[in-house]
Write a new protein. Structure first.
Length: 139
C-alpha cells in the first residue's frame, strides 16, 4: 500500500517533469552536455558552481521528507546521491583550464554557471509552488 505522503511526493515529481520551471535546470544541463550547444568546460564550470547549492538543497529536502513524512532512507536515494556527493573540483578545474588553453572564452563558463544557478532557483520555486508552500527569501 502506498502512503498518502509517498503518493503526494510522486505527484510532485511527475508534475515537475512536465513543468517548464521545474524542467529548465535539467534542460540547461543537457544543452551544455550536448554539442554544439555547450562545451565540456561550460558543463564542468556550471556543475562545479551549482552542485554545492544543489547538494545542500537536496540535503534539506531529504531531511524534511524524512522528518515530516517519515520516508525511509531507501525512498530518498535521489536526494542522498546529491546531498552526499564528493567534491570534483580538481577534475573540473583541469577541464576548464584545458578549454581556456584551447581558446574558449571564460565568459561562456561564467554564463553557464550563472544560468544554472538561476534554473536551480526556478526548480525549487516550482517545487514549492506545487506543494503550496509560500516563499520567504527574507526580502
Amino acid at each position: 500500500m502506498v502512503s498518502r505522503e509517498s503518493a503526494r511526493c510522486r505527484t510532485l515529481f511527475n508534475w515537475l517533469r512536465k513543468s517548464a520551471a521545474g524542467g529548465a535546470r535539467l534542460l540547461h544541463i543537457c544543452c551544455l552536455a550536448g554539442a554544439p550547444y555547450g562545451s565540456d568546460a561550460e558543463l564542468a564550470g556550471a556543475l562545479l558552481v551549482n552542485f554545492p547549492a544543489w547538494g545542500a538543497n537536496c540535503g534539506r529536502m531529504r531531511a524534511a521528507l524524512r522528518e515530516k513524512y517519515g520516508l525511509a532512507t531507501s525512498a530518498l536515494v535521489f536526494f542522498n546521491l546529491f546531498a552526499d556527493m564528493p567534491s570534483f573540483e580538481q577534475e573540473a578545474v583541469a577541464i576548464m583550464q584545458n578549454a581556456l588553453d584551447r581558446g574558449l572564452p571564460a565568459q561562456l563558463i561564467h554564463r553557464a554557471a550563472r544560468m544554472l544557478q538561476g534554473y536551480e532557483l526556478m526548480f525549487w520555486d516550482a517545487m514549492a509552488g506545487v506543494a503550496g508552500v509560500g516563499l520567504d527569501r527574507g526580502e
